[in-house]
Design a protein around this ligand. Structure first.
Ligand SMILES: [Zn+2]
Ligand SMILES: [Zn+2]
Length: 111
């Protein structure tokens, strides 16, 4: 019950499935509704203010600058090339393993 309440009190996450072409490497990406980064090069696009809301007007490419373990999962840290916004993105199951591993060990900026 309490768990359900917490879910409904977080309207900032909007699930939306959308396909897009990676700004960096051109790979066509099928949106899962949660992931909006490219599984091949891990670049993303600055479209969210809160995860999934697509409320940011920036729209610039976001470069993966680091990766870390958080709660048993890989989290990719991305930084917007235009405005410098930093975001943490949970890695998806189909993300390129080598690309993820290459990000480890880099200094990760604080959000
Ligand atoms: Zn890409
Ligand atoms: Zn931006």
């Amino acid at each position: 019950m309490s768990c359900w309440l917490v879910m409904t009190q977080l309207p900032s996450f909007t699930r939306r499935k959308e396909n897009f072409r990676c700004l960096h490497c051109g790979t066509p990406v099928r949106g899962s509704g949660y992931t909006n980064h490219c599984p091949r090069c891990l670049w993303s696009r600055h479209v969210d203010v809160n995860p999934g809301d697509r409320a940011a007007e920036c729209g610039a490419a976001m470069e993966p600058v680091g990766a870390l373990w958080e709660g048993g999962e890989i989290v990719v840290v991305q930084q917007c090339l235009d405005c410098g916004h930093i975001r943490r993105n949970r890695a998806a199951a189909n993300d390129d393993r080598d690309a993820l591993l290459a990000l480890f060990g880099r200094p990760v900026p604080d959000p």
